[in-house]
Design a protein around this ligand. Structure first.
Ligand SMILES: *[C@@H]1O[C@H](CO)[C@@H](O)[C@H](O)[C@H]1NC(C)=O
Ligand SMILES: *[C@@H]1O[C@H](CO)[C@@H](O)[C@H](O)[C@H]1NC(C)=O
Ligand SMILES: *[C@@H]1O[C@H](CO)[C@@H](O)[C@H](O)[C@H]1NC(C)=O
Length: 164
C-alpha cells in the first residue's frame, strides 16, 4: 500500500520531466519580409516582425536586389530618422545576406540610398533563449506555454509531496 501511494506521484514527476525538461531550441533563420526577395519597398516590416519571435542565436536573411538596396545595422535614432551615415555595420554583400542576432536586445536595420524613408526599415527585438522547450510540441505557441512549465512542474512536485 505504502509503495503504491508513492509510485503514482513519482510517475507524474517522470512524465512532467519528460515533457518539460527536454531538447533546447535550434537557431531559426528568419526571412526578413517573409519571402526569398522581400527586402524591398511595399512590404510592411513592422507587421512581419510582429508575427515572429526572435531569440538570441537566430539568423536574419535579407534577400534583395543589391543594385538598388542595401542593409545597414543602425542605432535607434538613425532607424527612427532614416540616417544612413555612421551606421553600426554594413551587412550588404551579394543580396542574399545573413546576419546572426548574437545578443538579446533590439536591433535596427535600414536600407541606404533613400529607401529607408520608403519603408525599408525593420526593428527586431531579440529575446533571451528560453532555457528549455517542451519536446512534445515544437510550434511557436509552445514557446509561450513552456514559460509556465516551471510553475506546472513545481505544482506537480507539491502534489507529489502532499499525496505521499
Ligand atoms: C508600391 O506601391 C505603390 C503604391 O501602391 C505602387 O505604385 C508601386 O508600383 C509599388 N511598387 C512595387 C515595387 O511593388
Ligand atoms: C546613433 O548613431 C548616430 C550616428 O553614428 C550618432 O550620432 C548618435 O549619437 C547615436 N545615438 C545613440 C543614442 O547612440
Ligand atoms: C556596403 O557594402 C557594400 C558591399 O561591400 C557596398 O557596395 C556599399 O557601398 C556599402 N554601403 C555603405 C553605405 O558603405
Amino acid at each position: 500500500m505504502e509503495m503504491k501511494r508513492k509510485t503514482i506521484p513519482c510517475l507524474m514527476i517522470a512524465i512532467a520531466m519528460g515533457f518539460f525538461c527536454t531538447e533546447s531550441r535550434d537557431p531559426v533563420l528568419h526571412r526578413v519580409g517573409g519571402g526569398r526577395y522581400t527586402w524591398r519597398t511595399n512590404v510592411s516590416f513592422t507587421e512581419w516582425a510582429s508575427h515572429d519571435q526572435f531569440y538570441k542565436g537566430d539568423w536574419l536573411y535579407f534577400g534583395f536586389n543589391k543594385q538598388l538596396y542595401s542593409v545597414l545595422e543602425v542605432n535607434k535614432t538613425s532607424y527612427q530618422n532614416c540616417i544612413d551615415r555612421d551606421f553600426i555595420m554594413n551587412i550588404t554583400r551579394g543580396g542574399r545576406d545573413v546576419f546572426q542576432l548574437l545578443e538579446a536586445k533590439p536591433y535596427y536595420f535600414i536600407s541606404g540610398k533613400g529607401f529607408c524613408s520608403r519603408g525599408m526599415k525593420v526593428a527586431i527585438n531579440v529575446e533571451e533563449l528560453p532555457p528549455e522547450v517542451p519536446g512534445f510540441l515544437m510550434t511557436s505557441r509552445a514557446f509561450t506555454f513552456h514559460k509556465h512549465s516551471h510553475a506546472v512542474f513545481s505544482l506537480l512536485l507539491t502534489m507529489a509531496w502532499v499525496f505521499t
